[in-house]
Design a protein around this ligand. Structure first.
Ligand code: SIN
Length: 181
C-alpha cells in the first residue's frame, strides 16, 4: 500500500528483523559499499574492547546487496523508534533508493554510521579487522557470530561481497587455529 515504509538492511537487519513487516525482498542500493569500519561497544563488543560491525561507505559505481522489508504505514513510527534504539551505537537513518531490479525501485530507510560518530573505527588491514572480530564479544554475543551470520545471509541472497568474504576467510583461519572449546 502506498505510504508503507521500506527498510533496507545490509548487516544484522538481514538476519534479525525483530520488527513487524508485511513482506521482505532481496534488494540492493547503488553508490554505497558495506565495510567493517564501525566499532560496536553495545552489541558485539564493550567499551574499551569494541567489536567491528558493518556500515555503508559512499562509493560511486558500487552496489550493496541486502534485504528490504515493507512495514505497514500504521506501524512505521514504532518500528523506526525500535530500530533507532537498537542502532543507537553510532547509526543514523538514511533515506535512499532501494532497488528490487533495475526498473523497480522505492524510497527506503537504512541505518548507517558515519565517520563522525564516536565508535567509528575506519579502515584497517583485513587481518587486523579479523583478529578484532575473532576476539570481541558483547551483550548481543560474539563478534564472530555476526560475521558468520552476515556471510550466511549474503549466501541466501546469492550475493558476493569481496570485503566480507576476505575478512570472513581470515576469521575462519583464526578459528581453525584456536584450541577446541
Ligand atoms: C543493518 O543491519 O542494516 C545496519 C547495520 C547493523 O546493525 O548491522
Amino acid at each position: 500500500m502506498s505510504g508503507d515504509l521500506w527498510i533496507f538492511g545490509y548487516g544484522s537487519i538481514m538476519w534479525r528483523a525483530d520488527f513487524p513487516y508485511i513482506e521482505s525482498q532481496s534488494a540492493y542500493i547503488k553508490g554505497w559499499c558495506r565495510r567493517f569500519w564501525q566499532g560496536s561497544t553495545d552489541h558485539r563488543g564493550i567499551p574499551g574492547q569494541p567489536g567491528r560491525v558493518v556500515t555503508l561507505i559512499e562509493q560511486p559505481g558500487e552496489v550493496c546487496v541486502g534485504r528490504a522489508y515493507r512495514v505497514r504505514r500504521e506501524q512505521a513510527d514504532d518500528v523506526l523508534a525500535g530500530l533507532d534504539y537498537r542502532e543507537k551505537g553510532g547509526y543514523e537513518q538514511l533515506l535512499l533508493n532501494v532497488y528490487f531490479d533495475e526498473s523497480n525501485l522505492t524510497a527506503g530507510i537504512t541505518y548507517h554510521a558515519t565517520a563522525e560518530n564516536p565508535d567509528y573505527l575506519g579502515e584497517a588491514p583485513f587481518p587486523t579487522i579479523a583478529r578484532q572480530i575473532a576476539s570481541a564479544q558483547g551483550p548481543s554475543g560474539p563478534n564472530s557470530e555476526y560475521i558468520h551470520n552476515l556471510h550466511e545471509a549474503l549466501q541466501q541472497e546469492s550475493a558476493t561481497d569481496a570485503h566480507v568474504d576476505a575478512i570472513f576467510r581470515e576469521v575462519r583461519l583464526i578459528e581453525e587455529t584456536l584450541p577446541a572449546k
